[in-house]
Design a binder for this molecule. Structure first.
Ligand SMILES: [Zn+2]
Length: 60
């Protein structure tokens, strides 16, 4: 079940994930899947996460 969830939430090329699952090594991008055509920009939220966790720790 977790593989389906990881597949659905992944930003990696769908063909890479499917072929790796089937035991085939495909390291490139297919150029056709939704993740390739509509790449989601990656944002670094480390500082926000530190602030949030710091607040949680202070609340005990
Ligand atoms: Zn792809």
């Amino acid at each position: 079940m977790w593989r389906v969830i990881n597949y659905a939430e992944s930003n990696d090329c769908r063909c890479t994930i499917q072929l790796n699952y089937l035991g085939d090594l495909f390291t490139g991008n297919c150029g056709n899947c939704d993740n390739f055509c509509h790449q989601i920009p990656v944002e670094d939220l480390t500082i926000e996460a530190i602030k949030f966790l710091s607040g949680v720790a202070r609340c005990k």
